[in-house]
Ligand binder design. Structure first.
Ligand SMILES: Cc1cc2nc3c(=O)[nH]c(=O)nc-3n(C[C@H](O)[C@H](O)[C@H](O)COP(=O)(O)OP(=O)(O)OC[C@H]3O[C@@H](n4cnc5c(N)ncnc54)[C@H](O)[C@@H]3O)c2cc1C
Length: 555
C-alpha cells in the first residue's frame, strides 16, 4: 500500500501546464465584432439584446456539451416495431431535442415570417451564425422550416393552414398529425438517385387522387434530411409536368402517410442530423403552385436555403477563428505565447480576414432578404449575389477549418477540441442546394436571363469606388472578364470567384477597420499572397486583426 507521502508525490507528477482554458463562458455573438457591427448596420439594431442573449447561451458549457452529445449519439432509425409493423421513425438523443427547442424558441426557424419588424431576416441570419457554432446538424431542419414558407405561399390556402404551426416558437417533437401539435417543422425532398443537381430528371410520379389538388406520389428520394419533419416539399411528375407538392407525415384523415424510411446515410459529418433515403407508395400530397411549374415553386425554398448555406459556412469560418485565436493566446512554445510569434500571427490574421469578409457578405445578402418585394434593386442582389457568395464562402470553409485545426496542433486533431467535428461539417454547405459548379452555372444563368442584375452588382461595387485603388483595379479587371462572352462556361469558376472577392472587397473597405480592409485588398484583390493561409504581404497589421477577432470571456 502506498503511504500518504507517496500518493502526494504521485499527484505532483500530474501537473497540467501551458494548456488553454476551455473556450466557454463568452458571448458568441458579441465576441464577433464583424458580425455584431454588420447586424446593427443592416437594420437589426433593435434585436441586439436577443442576439447577445443567444450568444451567451451558445457560449456556455452546457450548450457546447449538448452539441457534442447530439453528435456522439447520432439519430437511430426504427423501420419496424417488434411485431413487424412499419414504424418509419427516427429516435434522436435528448441533446438534439434541446438544441431544437432553443433554436425554435429564438425564432431561427421562422421568426421573419411572423415578425414584421425591419431587419428580421438579418437578425435571424446573425442568430443562425451564432447558434450554428454549437451544432451545425440540427440547423438543417431549422433552415428548411424557414425556407419552406415562401414556397408554400404559392398556395395560399395551404399556407394559411400551415404557417401558424411552422412559425410557432414551441418545438413539438411528438409524432402526431400536425394539426394536433403545438408546432411543426418542414423538410424538402428533391434529390433522387439518378440526379440531384438535375431535378428535372426526377422520376417520382404524382397521379391525381380525384380530389382537386390532391395527388398520390410513387417513387423514391435519395436524400431526405430531417425525416421526422411534419411535412416535406417534394417534386414529382404530374400529368401536367414536374410539380411541387406538400407531403405531410400524416394524411388529412389522421392516418400515417406512407413515407418509408429505407435507411439513414452514414455521413462524413453533420451527424446529429438524420439524412435518409425514402420510398413513396401512393403517398398523399397536395399541389403547391401551378402544375408543371414545380421548379419555379420550389426555387423560393431553395433560394432561402442557399442563404442558409452561406450562413452555415460563415459560422464554420468564425468558429475556426474563435478557437484558433483563443488557443494560441493561451499557449506558449519555445518560450513565447503562440499568437505573438510572427508566423502564427500571420496565419491567424489571414483566417480572421477570411471570416470577416464572409460575415460582411453574408449579412449584406441577408439584408436583401429583408427588402420589400417591390424593391427591384434588392431582389436582383438576391438573385445574383446569392450564388456568387454561396459558391465562394462555402468553397473557403474546408481549407479554413483545416488551418484553424492546425493552429491547435495535436489537440486540434482530437475529438474533444470540437475541431474535428467542425472540419467534417465544413464541406457540406458547398454541396447542399447546388454544389460549386452548379452555383457558377446559376450565376451565368442570372447574367443571361436577368442582365439588370449585373448593373445592380456594379452599383454595389461603385459605392466603394475610390476607397482603395486595389479594389478599383480588381473591379476594372473583372469588368473585362465579364465583357468577354467567349467560353464563359469554362471560365465560370474564375469569374465567380472574382465577383465574390470584389463584392467582399467593396464591403470591407467601407465597413471594416483599416487593418482588415488593407489586408483583404493586398492579399485577395492585388494578389500579393501565396496559396496557403498565412502568406499575406509585409505591412499587414496582423496583430490588430487578431486582437479584433479573438473572443472575449464575459466579465
Ligand atoms: C448530408 C446531405 C443531406 C442532404 N439532404 C437533402 C435533402 O434533405 N433533400 C434533398 O433534396 N437533397 C438533399 N441532399 C442532396 C444534395 O442536395 C445533392 O447531393 C446535391 O444537390 C448534388 O446532387 P447530386 O448528389 O445528385 O450530385 P450531381 O448532381 O450528380 O453532381 C455531381 C457533381 O457534378 C457537378 N455538376 C452537376 N452538373 C454539372 C454541370 N452541368 N457542369 C459541371 N458540373 C456539374 C456538381 O457540382 C457536383 O460537383 C443532401 C446531401 C447531403 C450530402
Amino acid at each position: 500500500m502506498p503511504t500518504l507521502e507517496r500518493m502526494a508525490s504521485a499527484f505532483d507528477t500530474h501537473q497540467v501546464t501551458n494548456q488553454p482554458p476551455p473556450l466557454s463562458g463568452h458571448d458568441v455573438f458579441g465576441s464577433d465584432a464583424a458580425l455584431a457591427e454588420a447586424t446593427a448596420r443592416h437594420g437589426a439594431a433593435a434585436m441586439l439584446d436577443e442576439l447577445h442573449q443567444l450568444g451567451r447561451q451558445a457560449g456556455n458549457e452546457h450548450a457546447q456539451e449538448l452539441g457534442r452529445r447530439a453528435n456522439e449519439h447520432p439519430p437511430v432509425l426504427r423501420t419496424h416495431d417488434r411485431y413487424g409493423n412499419r414504424l418509419d421513425v427516427v429516435a434522436y438523443h435528448p441533446a438534439y431535442h434541446e438544441l431544437m427547442t432553443t433554436a425554435i424558441r429564438h425564432g431561427l426557424h421562422a421568426a421573419p415570417w411572423a415578425d414584421e419588424r425591419p431587419g428580421a431576416h438579418v437578425a435571424r441570419a446573425a442568430k443562425v451564425i451564432t447558434w450554428y457554432q454549437v451544432d451545425g446538424g440540427h440547423i438543417c431542419p431549422i433552415s428548411m422550416t424557414y425556407s419552406v414558407i415562401p414556397a408554400l405561399r404559392h398556395q395560399p390556402d395551404v399556407a394559411t393552414e400551415w404557417e401558424p404551426r411552422l412559425t410557432s416558437t414551441t418545438y413539438d417533437q411528438t409524432n402526431r398529425p400536425a394539426g394536433q401539435k403545438d408546432g411543426a417543422t418542414a423538410g424538402m425532398a428533391m434529390t433522387e438517385k439518378q440526379g440531384g443537381s438535375d431535378v428535372r430528371a426526377n422520376t417520382t410520379t404524382a397521379r391525381p387522387s380525384g380530389v382537386a389538388g390532391e395527388h398520390l406520389l410513387t417513387g423514391h428520394k435519395w436524400f431526405c434530411s430531417a425525416p421526422m419533419s411534419d411535412a416535406f416539399l417534394m417534386l414529382a411528375q404530374a400529368p401536367g409536368g414536374l410539380s411541387c407538392f406538400l407531403v405531410p407525415r400524416w394524411r388529412p384523415d389522421g392516418t400515417r402517410n406512407p413515407i418509408r424510411i429505407q435507411r439513414l446515410k452514414d455521413k462524413l459529418g453533420d451527424r446529429s442530423n438524420a439524412s435518409s433515403e425514402i420510398e413513396l407508395l401512393d403517398t398523399w400530397g397536395t399541389l403547391i403552385g401551378e402544375e408543371g411549374r414545380g421548379v419555379r415553386t420550389i426555387i423560393d425554398m431553395v433560394n432561402h436555403t442557399r442563404l442558409d448555406c452561406v450562413l452555415g459556412a460563415t459560422a464554420v469560418l468564425r468558429q475556426g477563428v474563435a478557437q484558433a485565436t483563443w488557443h494560441t493566446h493561451h499557449r506558449a512554445a519555445f518560450g513565447t505565447v503562440l499568437d505573438e510569434q510572427p508566423l502564427m500571427t500571420q496565419v491567424l490574421a489571414d483566417l480572421a480576414v477570411e471570416s470577416e469578409a464572409a460575415t460582411l457578405a453574408a449579412l449584406r445578402l441577408a439584408a436583401a432578404f429583408d427588402a420589400d418585394p417591390a424593391d427591384q434593386h434588392e431582389q436582383l442582389v438576391k438573385r445574383l449575389v446569392t450564388p456568387v457568395v454561396k459558391y465562394w464562402v462555402c468553397k473557403r470553409a474546408p481549407a479554413h477549418a483545416a488551418e484553424s485545426l492546425e493552429c491547435l496542433g495535436g489537440a486540434g486533431y482530437v475529438e474533444e477540441s470540437d475541431l474535428p467535428r467542425l472540419f467534417r461539417q465544413s464541406p457540406l454547405n458547398g454541396i447542399w442546394e447546388g454544389s460549386g459548379n452548379v452555383m457558377c452555372l446559376d450565376v451565368l444563368r442570372a447574367l443571361l436571363k436577368e442582365p439588370e442584375s449585373l448593373d445592380v452588382y456594379w452599383t454595389e461595387i461603385d459605392a466603394a469606388a475610390g476607397a482603395d485603388g486595389r479594389l478599383d483595379d480588381a473591379a476594372t479587371e473583372l469588368r473585362k472578364e465579364l465583357a468577354d462572352p467567349a467560353d464563359l462556361e469554362r471560365r465560370a469558376r474564375r469569374v465567380v470567384e472574382r465577383m465574390a472577392l470584389v463584392f467582399q472587397g467593396a464591403l470591407v473597405v467601407q465597413h471594416s477597420p483599416a487593418a482588415v480592409a488593407d489586408a483583404f485588398c493586398a492579399s485577395r484583390l492585388a494578389g500579393d499572397r501565396g496559396l496557403a493561409f498565412g502568406t499575406m504581404p509585409a505591412g499587414t497589421d496582423a496583430a490588430a486583426i487578431v486582437e479584433r477577432a479573438r473572443p472575449v470571456p464575459l466579465a
